[in-house]
Design a protein. Structure first.
Length: 93
């Protein structure tokens, strides 16, 4: 009886794919703690009903709008916040 021997060739497993085009920087914060506190306070003011929108002065009811106002206030205070995105939707008429 002949015992089967496994082939002697070993495979090099390349389970981790490394992409040179994408770099991860997980150690750095995008938003500072100061910015997070400002957004937090804007959310509280929204809940209480005291958060007003800029020009019209209307009461803010949208969660997204409250976050945007908080980030805007943080920018004015000099906190670390990424730049505003340019609006991609423009009127074509």
């Amino acid at each position: 009886m002949a015992a089967k021997k496994s082939s002697g060739s070993k495979r090099k497993s390349s389970s981790k794919k490394q992409s040179s085009s994408k770099k991860r920087s997980s150690s750095r914060r995008k938003y500072s703690k100061k910015a997070s506190k400002t957004v937090e306070s804007a959310m509280r003011r929204k809940k209480r009903g005291t958060l007003k929108s800029g020009r019209s002065g209307k009461k803010v009811t949208s969660r997204k709008q409250a976050i945007a106002i908080g980030l805007s206030e943080a920018r004015k205070k000099g906190a670390k916040v990424p730049k505003k995105r340019s609006s991609s939707k423009k009127k074509s008429s």
